[in-house]
Design a protein around this ligand. Structure first.
Ligand code: NIG
Ligand code: FE
Length: 440
């Protein structure tokens, strides 16, 4: 079988230089076939299952970007005939192991104080997530805890968590606020997230989720809280550049469709991109609303109905599935991923890492759960955790695949076949992670 060679034009023209070569790659998965062919959307249908894996591959980087890739012998010859000699360039020998795009985790709540293992045990003993929340646990437990903590403490805690995520191959992460639920504490969370990004070097997208819950002090005047979010919190977060996206927990027991539409319309007018926690606990129309508003993504979707599926399939809104949450909550029903793929939805995977419903921060483990419980193929799970996840954040031009010209964000694995990533559930397969061509 013929395998392609890709060389960035700027490299051919001598406008950029090579500073890193990864050679001896047993299996090079670039996912570049998809967006290199003039295609303009996330992967759908059968395209999600194609990896275009190259055996005996080589990856050539420079200035933090992917400059070329292909089978090693062919690529070396092609470069030589273009007058580009790799002799003397820093070369990493992958020793026959696989190289894949680094993970993009497009949905997390990683800024929080204490962990909630007490609730984990209560669920094991039979209480449900909603019962625990109604009894003062759930999101409000984390809100009460976070409001008491300093920004510095949140930075220290979050930095450790991000370092662990990076060790598991995540180099791009989305982080939401939503445990402050007032102006001061929402901004504190977003500032903490920004400092965590600076300290760790991770690429981060921040989302204002002030509409995560109605705080206790507004329970009997919920309209006033919606107004606070629309008139104060979102404008302040946007003006200070602390968030580029807005999110709403759209659910009958939290924010209804009208409230969600109002909040997201305000956010859109402020120049924020949109995402929605949708159709998680009940089929409620959140996914269809996300599609109608042109949201980047609709997330969770465990209970999405046929109308929601066809709305997403006919839109550019990515369906971000969070199977780690279903697993961690001990539930049986996962999002209908196969039906969604068949219908033409663009799906992505995220961890949903948070102290309540999903303490998992490893994307390899999320892929394993997605394969075993939602019946994604290993290739579909990889594309969903990389390229389509980048689309869910609007970062498809920057990362998510190893297309030439994109950021050199890749993982050298300790296994020779990417399918061993979901297969070895619980193992961390990342031998080395690179962000912008630098090992982290
Ligand atoms: O995405 N669904 C709502 N929010 C989080 C849970 C947050 C929490 O329990 O603290 C989620 O699962
Ligand atoms: Fe979430």
């Amino acid at each position: 079988m013929e395998h392609p060679v890709r060389i960035d034009e700027r490299l051919r023209e001598g406008k950029v230089g090579v500073d890193l070569v990864v050679a001896g790659i047993g299996q090079l998965v670039t996912l570049d076939h998809a967006d290199g062919a003039g295609r303009t959307g996330p992967l759908r249908g059968a395209d999600l299952d194609r990896t275009g894996a190259v055996p005996d591959g080589m990856l050539v980087c420079g200035g933090g970007l992917v400059l070329a890739w292909g089978p090693g012998a062919q690529l070396t010859a092609a470069l030589l005939s273009a007058g580009i000699d790799l002799a003397g360039v820093e070369t990493l020998d992958a020793r026959g192991m696989a190289v894949i795009p680094a993970f993009v985790d497009p949905h997390t709540h990683l800024v929080f104080g204490r962990t909630r293992q007490d609730e984990y045990e209560r669920r094991i003993r039979g209480e449900t997530y909603l019962e625990i929340a109604a009894a003062g646990g759930g999101i409000m437990a984390s809100v009460n805890d976070l409001r008491r903590r300093s920004e510095d403490e949140l930075v220290t805690l979050g930095t450790e968590r991000v370092r662990e995520m990076m060790a598991h191959g995540t180099v791009t992460v989305e982080v939401k606020s939503g445990y402050g639920l007032n102006l001061e504490d929402e901004l504190k969370m977003l500032r903490a997230a920004g400092r965590i990004a600076e300290l760790t070097g991770i690429r981060m997208v921040r989302t204002c989720l002030a509409a995560h819950e109605i705080p206790a002090e507004y329970r009997d005047r919920r309209g006033r809280y919606v107004e606070l979010v629309r008139r104060e919190i979102l404008p302040a977060a946007a003006a200070a550049g602390l968030a580029t996206r807005a999110d709403v927990f759209c659910e009958p027991s939290v924010f209804d469709l009208d409230e969600t539409r109002d909040i997201l319309t305000t956010a859109r007018n402020l120049g924020l991109a949109l995402t929605v926690h949708a159709d998680e606990l009940e089929p409620f129309g959140g996914a269809a609303l996300a599609a109608a508003l042109g949201a980047l993504s609709a997330d969770h979707l465990i209970k999405i109905d046929e109308q929601g599926i066809s709305a997403l399939a006919g839109s550019g809104t990515v369906a971000v599935l969070l199977p780690g949450t279903v697993f961690s909550l001990g539930l049986e029903t996962f999002a209908p991923a196969r039906r969604m793929i068949t219908a033409g939805c663009a799906i992505a995977l995220a961890s949903d890492f948070n102290p309540g419903s999903c303490p998992i921060m490893s994307m390899p483990l999320i892929m394993a759960i997605a394969c075993t419980r939602m019946h994604l193929t290993p290739a579909e799970s990889l594309a969903s955790a990389t390229l389509n996840a980048a689309w869910a954040l609007g970062l498809q031009e920057v990362t998510g695949s190893l297309a030439v010209g994109k950021s050199a964000d890749f993982l050298v694995l300790d296994v020779p076949d990417f399918r061993l990533v979901p297969y070895h559930a619980g193992h961390n397969p990342v031998a080395a992670a690179f962000l912008r061509g630098r090992q982290i």
